[in-house]
Write a protein that binds this ligand. Structure first.
Ligand SMILES: *[C@@H]1O[C@H](CO)[C@@H](O)[C@H](O)[C@H]1NC(C)=O
Ligand SMILES: *[C@@H]1O[C@H](CO)[C@@H](O)[C@H](O)[C@H]1NC(C)=O
Ligand SMILES: *[C@@H]1O[C@H](CO)[C@@H](O)[C@H](O)[C@H]1NC(C)=O
Ligand SMILES: *[C@@H]1O[C@H](CO)[C@@H](O)[C@H](O)[C@H]1NC(C)=O
Ligand SMILES: *[C@@H]1O[C@H](CO)[C@@H](O)[C@H](O)[C@H]1NC(C)=O
Ligand SMILES: *[C@@H]1O[C@H](CO)[C@@H](O)[C@H](O)[C@H]1NC(C)=O
Ligand SMILES: *[C@@H]1O[C@H](CO)[C@@H](O)[C@H](O)[C@H]1NC(C)=O
Length: 794
């Protein structure tokens, strides 16, 4: 097949000027869209926008977003069938009224010359935002329920509201999983009389943001959401860089706050926890404000700070009523290498910790240049369009019908090791057998609308599981990079391992320095979606939640063996913003009706080492969401889980009753037989949120482990009920190896937030912390837990 590739490259290697995404052939399709000839890719200039800094482009941009019968307004609350990439070439786009978001919109600009979306000076003050991604409708509700707002990105754009007098927000972004704002700039007024905000977000269940720069504003960002991961945000001259007005948990990494009055204002008592890592405050009057009063023994406002510098900062931390708690140096620099305000168990508790210079474990293999390793999603801005190989040009059909197994495997095989990058045009690529991603392959999808869909018999036997996408065969070495891809299933595929990751990526031991050699492999916005969308045959029609039958399982709705398995040969993989989801509702149904789809295991990390999970969530798997077995050097930053809503009807692990010893499946029957009783008589055989066996150097910076339902009722996740949806949700167990050879590992968890579980932490079958001992607002929150098995305390 190599000659075909060569021919194809020759045919299009005309000199091109623009960013590859603009230049390539646009042949992505949305096969389940109701409209004929539906266009996924929309260049706003082809929709009439001028981008000349003079013409009012509002109507043209809104037409590019809404055209083709997309999902927005009163008639639509969510849709997977009408995805769009709304592309902005370089230019200044004047906008006089809000740009209105539709469901599944990816707004992407040219990163080599970032387009500016600029509000006119008569932009209405009453408007919610320059880009209102999820508008309030006349019924007072958000167009898309904030916790069901998935699959959208905003990248490579400048939002300029600096000309709007008095009040304005650049982006309004109530959002949930599989959403991203990345590589954007916000320009705001720095006049004290103006109240500008870069990003305003009041609710949702996110999510990730990264690589953002804010200039001016009363607030760089005003943020409320269940949980979020935010990395590499820079603020210049905002009055308050971040106003955090509610959350359960939040992880900030690599913030730079320069010339601001206040850094992060967490004075609200509706905040559960904030984790701040690897950051710098420079010329800031007050870096942090906490709503947690000294001596407060609740879980509220737990604060964890590691590796943060304060240069020319008079006050590092003060209380909401203005009492300084930590001083800085107005003419010098101080650092916090480990600061905590909150509770711990060591091993008994809760014990209040309020102090500086605390010993955090610092697995050096996870760091680069003194910080935990991180890197940005690739834009491939230096790569010409001629270096991208379209899957469709290579014979893949992507229409949700044809079998594309052969075409994709041939394409990946041919491109591996070359300088080309696979472009998986938008579409549904049905595969009847494993797709192998060989080492030295780079693959990029189109607007989260590129779906690999496993179908058929080969994926149906739970006793002979088979990967849908296999990244490296066991023993393979090399580098892989993938972004904006969804891996899915159709119908009953009980033997599907959605992604199996075997690849060893060699990295020089001074760790992961991009400059000096090869970086870890990267999976950015690679999501796993099991059911709940058109084309899955796992929707309302097939899998409506059963009304009353006890332990009813529809065999047609048993959909996967494992979400993702990172196997013992895997080394050095960086993952950012990944959602591994078994659907709890049908996204394409107006009422978001609940469905019962069954999948056994979530994310299993077995024997692997050096894994970074930056902003991830795993939801609704029957046995566990995250399980680590004999893993080494794992960084997890704001992980989030939900237990299946149907449990305990049926209990875990039904319908997956055959235990796989080799994979170290939990033994619910044995565990529950011996388990101590807990207050409130919670059901025991329920999925784990996080289970860690014999692993070492595991650091978790922010976890939200939630169990909201029993048999589809939320009565259990209340204070009155005693948060008794399940007995236990987090288990740290002696495992196969561990770092001392006895099976005892090292696990450190910072800002653990649980909901609906009576026990917050179970260590070798001992319940360490009970929900009502360290209550925050809705969640129960623990600032730190170190598991060194035996002794050691903070
Ligand atoms: C942080 O974001 C800036 C601006 O987008 C970018 O130039 C820089 O490379 C990013 N740094 C890291 C470490 O990701
Ligand atoms: C910080 O403040 C000092 C003193 O006002 C000033 O000289 C310096 O330029 C400021 N630094 C930055 C990065 O703005
Ligand atoms: C802790 O702070 C919260 C919020 O201000 C307050 O409601 C609560 O009474 C305080 N609890 C204790 C034990 O100080
Ligand atoms: C589950 O809930 C349904 C609907 O409320 C109810 O009819 C049924 O009895 C419940 N089943 C069990 C096993 O609790
Ligand atoms: C644990 O993982 C290491 C490294 O992958 C491997 O060498 C060892 O055999 C594993 N031990 C067990 C018991 O699985
Ligand atoms: C937690 O709840 C249990 C059972 O209801 C009760 O005995 C205990 O006193 C409570 N503890 C706290 C700290 O409220
Ligand atoms: C391993 O953990 C067990 C149980 O906590 C403890 O008794 C034992 O001393 C530990 N072993 C080592 C070597 O620390």
């Amino acid at each position: 097949m190599r000659p075909i590739l060569a021919l194809w490259v020759a045919a299009v290697s005309v000199v091109q000027a623009a960013y590859w995404m603009e230049d390539i052939k646009h042949q992505g399709i949305a096969p389940f869209s109701p409209a004929d000839g539906y266009e996924v890719f929309r260049n706003v200039k082809e929709w009439g926008a001028k981008g000349d800094g003079v013409t009012d482009d509002t109507a043209a941009i809104n037409a590019a977003i809404s055209g083709g019968g997309r999902c927005g307004g009163h008639s639509c609350t969510g849709s997977t069938t009408t995805p769009a990439v709304v592309y902005f070439p370089p230019g200044t786009y004047l906008v006089s009224k809000p740009i209105v978001g539709f469901y599944y919109t990816n707004m992407i600009g040219d990163p080599t010359d970032m387009p500016v979306i600029k509000a006119t000076s008569d932009f209405p003050r009453s408007a919610q935002a320059l880009f209102d991604a999820n508008p309030y409708l006349s019924n007072g509700k958000l167009n898309f329920q904030s916790t069901n707002t998935f699959f959208r990105q905003v990248r490579n754009l400048v939002f300029d509201i600096s000309n709007v007098p008095v009040t304005a927000n650049a982006i309004h972004w109530p959002s949930s999983q599989a959403t991203l704002i990345q590589n954007c700039v916000f320009k705001m007024s720095a006049q004290p009389e103006d109240t500008h905000t870069g990003i305003f977000m009041e609710e949702g269940s996110g999510g990730t943001m990264a690589d953002l720069v804010f200039y001016g504003g009363k607030y760089g960002a005003r943020l409320g959401n269940q949980q979020y991961t935010m990395r590499n945000l820079t603020f210049y001259g905002s009055d308050t860089a971040i106003k955090q007005f509610w959350n359960w948990g939040w992880t900030y990494k690599s913030l730079t706050v320069v010339n601001c009055r206040i850094g992060i204002d967490v004075s609200s008592t509706a905040v559960g926890s904030v984790t701040l890592l690897d950051s710098l405050f420079l010329n800031v009057t007050k870096a942090l404000i906490t709503g947690r009063a000294p001596g407060n023994t609740t879980g509220l406002g737990s604060l964890v700070v590691e590796n943060v510098g304060y240069e020319n900062v008079p006050i590092v931390l003060e209380t909401a009523d203005g009492k300084p708690l930590l001083l800085g140096d107005p003419n010098g620099i101080v650092y916090d290498y480990g600061y905590i305000r909150g509770n711990t168990y060591a091993p008994n508790g809760p014990l209040l910790v309020e102090g500086r210079e605390l010993a955090f474990s610092q697995p050096s293999h996870l760091k680069s240049g003194g910080r935990y390793y991180e890197r940005s999603k690739p834009n491939y801005e230096d790569v010409p369009a001629s270096d991208f190989v379209s899957a469709r040009d290579y014979g893949a059909v992507g229409d949700g019908k044809a079998d594309d197994t052969q075409a994709l495997n041939t394409l990946f095989q041919d491109v591996a090791g070359t300088s080309s990058i696979v472009f998986l045009d938008a579409g549904y690529y049905n595969v009847k057998d494993t797709i192998i991603v060989p080492p030295r392959t780079r693959i990029v999808g189109e607007g989260l609308a590129s779906v690999i869909l496993s179908v058929g018999e080969k994926f149906s036997d739970p006793n002979k599981p088979r990967p849908v996408v296999q990244i490296g065969r066991p023993g393979d070495t090399g580098f892989v990079e993938m972004s904006d891809i969804i891996v899915s299933t159709q119908g009953p595929t009980a033997g599907a391992i959605m992604i199996q990751y075997n690849l060893e990526t060699p990295v020089s031991d001074d760790a992961c320095s991009i400059r000096s050699g090869q970086p870890p492999s990267g999976l950015f916005d690679v999501h796993i979606r099991i059911g709940g969308f058109t084309g899955s045959n796992l929707q309302l029609a097939q899998c409506l939640k059963p009304p009353s039958q006890p332990s009813y399982v529809n065999p047609s709705c048993i959909a996967a063996h494992t979400g993702m398995h990172i196997t013992p040969t895997a080394r050095n993989v960086y993952m950012e913003n990944n959602w591994i989801w078994v659907a709890d509702h049908d996204i394409d149904d107006y009422d978001a009706t609940q469905i019962s789809v069954f999948a056994a295991r979530g994310l299993l990390i077995e024997g692997a080492s050096r894994v970074w999970l930056v902003g991830s969530s795993v939801e609704h798997f029957a046995m566990y969401q995250y399980q680590l077995v004999n893993a080494t050097d794992v960084w997890m930053g704001q992980i989030q889980t939900e237990t299946p809503y149907y449990q305990p009807n049926p209990v875990a692990p039904v319908p997956f009753t055959k235990r796989n010893e080799a994979l170290r499946d939990p033994d619910f029957e044995a565990d529950c037989k011996d388990a101590p009783e807990l207050p409130g008589d919670p059901p025991c055989a329920m999925a784990w949120g996080l289970r860690v066996l014999g692993s070492k150097n595991v650091v978790v910076f922010g976890a939200g482990l939630y169990s909201f339902f029993n048999n589809y009722s939320t009565t259990c996740s209340t204070v009155e009920a005693g948060e008794n949806c399940q007995a236990r949700i987090l288990s740290i167990e002696s495992g196969p190896v561990g770092d001392d050879g006895t099976g005892n590992g090292t696990v450190e968890i910072y800002n653990l937030n649980t909901i609906g579980s009576v026990s917050m932490i179970t260590q070798d079958k001992t319940d360490m912390a009970i929900w009502n001992e360290t209550r925050a607002e809705f969640a129960s929150t623990l600032a730190v837990f170190k598991s060194f098995k035996g002794d050691e305390s903070v």
